[in-house]
Design a protein around this ligand. Structure first.
Ligand code: EPZ
Length: 416
């Protein structure tokens, strides 16, 4: 199992290009199942989750080729097939194939999803919405057996604005008879991108970007190309890292700054200077972090995915900070590993109390999920001596090459 070795790094300088968005391209890949044709997706991140999604599409006789950052998906020979648990359990987004399979084939045999161990991550909201669309299902041995004689448009209010459930129900509704009105849906940028892509495929929708969406089902879908947006969580990871390490860095490829407003606000509060230029974001910092009280929330609040990175950044805070996690019930795997580096962090129910300003000492630490792994890399940059991060396959699920990115900025980091 590969690992990463990191030496304390006193300064970061240079330019990095931000990769395409993982959480945008995965639902778009699922949406291609609806149509019959060839879709070319540009700026596709070269990451494990994309490979895993391609293998699932290939189970459905959908041919995919990834050349550089261009993903070509050919659904002209698509055919129904079960999706085995050993493949669906490799990522959370496998569950997003359920909606399109029901929309196209009115049935689905699909293994339960996997994904980062950041909580229980049930799919009850997905299933409750599908039941309202006249879908019957039963579960046995981690397999979900779904079918419907008539996928019927419905009105459904999500009890929580789940990103995945929103995406799945939108995808299913595209093939349902009549109108579906979804209330209380998520409003992340990736939801808006998915809706606009589906509109281009021929789906009629009203309310995009709001928490009430009306979808008119259709049976005519047109395969479309897509130019993927930048990954706002990867960009946010590097932005917070930059706040904690004296730096002057440029991040290229950030086309719509609005997606990051919540993270830029926090980075500025921490003490970084964030300068918005036409084609890049410049970040300058002296590594001096203002402590404070922070809270994650549903978009457009500060994203839960950057909570572990924020916690690591606050270890440089000149005082006590608090971070409240409001989206996942158990997203604190970063704490035990940071303590190995000498961090003083207390878990108080859903809030972390971070005592900043202590010297950190390099150690061997273990990645247990995607964003926690990235946060450990940051912690290694701030720790005396050498830090080894093991189990980095978690990081590779969502970051194309965090080692090369940081090396370009002058970090003392390498694979071992
Ligand atoms: C998406 O996961 C993202 N993944 C996650 O990013 C992100 O952390 C999360 O949204 C929240 O923003 C992708 O887009 C591939 P949710 P998802 O359904 O859809 C509860 C990363 O690092 N819930 O919005 O699985 C759930 O337990 C990943 O890229 C139910 O109770 O998240 C959680 O507490 C990690 N029942 C909350 O909702 C359901 O049926 C939010 O989950 C569904 C969700």
């Amino acid at each position: 199992m590969k690992a990463i070795s990191i030496k304390e790094t006193g300064r970061l300088n240079g330019t990095i290009t931000i990769q395409g968005s993982k959480n945008t391209v995965l639902p778009i890949m699922a949406a291609t199942v609806l149509g019959s044709g060839i879709s070319v997706i540009e700026n596709c991140p070269v990451i494990e989750d994309v490979y895993a999604m391609c293998e699932l599409l290939q189970c459905l006789q959908i041919h995919t080729t990834l050349e550089g950052h261009t993903l070509t998906i050919d659904t002209t020979q698509a055919a129904y097939a079960p999706l085995p648990y050993e493949m669906t359990s490799r990522l959370r987004s496998s569950i997003l194939l359920l909606g399109p399979m029901l929309a196209r084939w009115k049935q689905a045999e699909i293994g339960m999803p996997g994904g980062c161990a950041i909580g229980l991550r049930p799919i009850d909201i997905h299933l409750e919405g599908l039941m309202k669309m006249n879908v019957d299902f039963r579960m046995r041995n981690q397999m979900l057996y779904c079918n419907t004689y008539h996928l019927q448009g419905c009105e459904y209010h999500l009890r929580f604005p789940s990103v995945g459930a929103t995406e799945n129900l939108i995808l299913a509704a595209t093939g349902a008879t009549g109108r579906t009105i979804l209330r209380g849906i998520a409003k992340e940028p990736e939801i808006i991108e998915l809706c606009q892509y589906l509109q281009r495929m021929g789906v009629t929708m009203e309310g995009i970007g709001t928490d009430v969406l009306t979808i008119k089902g259709t049976s005519q879908f047109v395969a479309c190309d897509y130019n993927n947006v930048y990954d706002r969580i990867v960009a946010g990871t590097y932005l917070l890292m930059a706040a904690a390490i004296p730096c002057d860095i440029k991040m290229v490829g950030i086309d719509d700054i609005r997606y990051m407003a919540n993270v830029i606000r926090v980075a500025s509060q921490l003490g970084a200077q964030v300068i918005r230029m036409d084609s890049y974001l410049e970040v300058q910092s002296n590594g001096w972090i203002n402590p404070g009280t922070f809270q994650t929330g549903i978009y457009p609040e500060f994203p839960t995915d950057l909570q572990p990175v924020l916690v690591a950044t606050l270890l440089r805070g000149q005082g006590i900070s608090y971070v409240e996690e409001t989206v996942f019930e158990k997203r604190f795997s970063i704490v035990s590993e940071l303590r190995k580096l000498g961090a003083e962090i207390e878990i108080q129910d859903q809030t972390l109390k971070i005592s900043g300003g202590h010297c950190l000492q390099g150690h061997t630490v273990k990645a247990t999920d995607l964003r926690q792994g990235a946060a450990l890399v940051l912690a290694g940059l701030m720790s005396k001596g050498y830090t080894t991060v093991t189990d980095i396959s978690y990081i590779e699920r969502g970051y194309e090459d965090i080692v090369e990115d940081l090396r370009q900025l002058g970090a003392r980091i390498q694979y071992i």
